[in-house]
Design a protein around this ligand. Sequence first.
Ligand code: NDP
Ligand code: MG
Length: 376
Amino acid sequence: MKKISILGSTGSIGTQALDIISKNRDKFSVKALTCGKRVELLAKQIEAFRPELVCVEDEKDALELNKRFPKLEVLWGESGLQELAAKTDCDMVLNALVGMRGLVPTYEAIKSGKDIALANKETLVTGGKLIIDEAKKNGVSIIPVDSEHSAIFQALQGNSDKDIKRIYLTASGGPFRGYTLEQLEEVTLEQALKHPNWSMGNKITIDSATMMNKGLEVIEARWLFDVEPERIEVIVHKESIIHSMVEYKDHSIIAQLGVPDMRVPISYALTYPERIQSDVPSVDFFSLGSLTFEKADTKVFKCLKMAYEALEKGKSYPVVLNAANEVLVQQFLEKKISFIDIQNTIERVMNEHVPVNIHGLSDILSIDNEIRGKLE
Ligand code: NDP
Ligand code: MG
């Protein structure tokens, strides 16, 4: 039995992970769960999976939950999440939180020696080197959940990182693939929330529409696989069947394919190096007919270009890119700004930023805070 704790168990990734666990009760036990506001859903999960420890966002919700489940230890807030990540007695922590609030809990879980199944890409976007170094120091594995990184990780099995020539990171192109800048000015929240291939939480759905998601994934890949940005090529593949590819120095390319369903990479992260049965359908090549590939348009989708720039410039730039993006996506979701304002404002913030060196978590948190303060 593998002991699993899930941070963000009420979200899109979290609920899919619990769905997998519920169908494989002989393989997993659940030690800790956390949520933000969806406390009713968490209560149902507590009844179904009987964790020892949970965390919610607000103290009031924590006190109420404790009345309903008196034997359960209930923590709350940011500090509660960090404490839970550090002390939960488990083999693997699945970090399915959204946003940069996932960074410190990942760090705490690594420091206490737990393997990480990482969905929370903002952890590596903001804390890349720090997190990878800490994982190495503690002998901890970080297994990617993000479908592209899972594909790369799978394509690397039995091969050496040293032989990688390049990584092809596939992108669906999102709902606005092929749009001009003028067309992007007109798009609505409802259109942006309709992803053609994937069903996901709101933040990543908007990130996919701006293509910031692909930019964040380039940064994530850079740290996970120790490959410089020049060797990471984004390729628009609108069918989302090839989830990414690795080209080796002999020019042989290994791709991982499957229908676009996150339960596949989530399962692999939870059971690696083994695989388990899945009820996700197989790819039907005959009805697909063909797979297509195009270049990404970084003149229109500036977020992708800015992510590469942030990575190349280094220092505090990736933290700034991420913080500005998180605030602006939230403002767009609240209909306070337009879609195109997201990329235009990030561009302005990045241009104005005076970079500083990042020595530790506190530097990351203070830059993040500073940028949020400017935009909120
Ligand atoms: P969701 O928005 O669906 O879920 C986020 C989770 O975080 C929920 O459990 C939510 O709780 C919790 N949360 C939100 N705010 C807080 C807070 N202030 N304090 C504590 N907990 C909080 O996100 P996704 O599942 O879509 O994404 C999770 C991560 O995985 C992201 O980093 C995303 O980029 C990445 N990812 C997601 C994919 C997907 O298919 N969804 C694919 C690849 C990567 P509550 O809902 O109870 O408020
Ligand atoms: Mg992805």
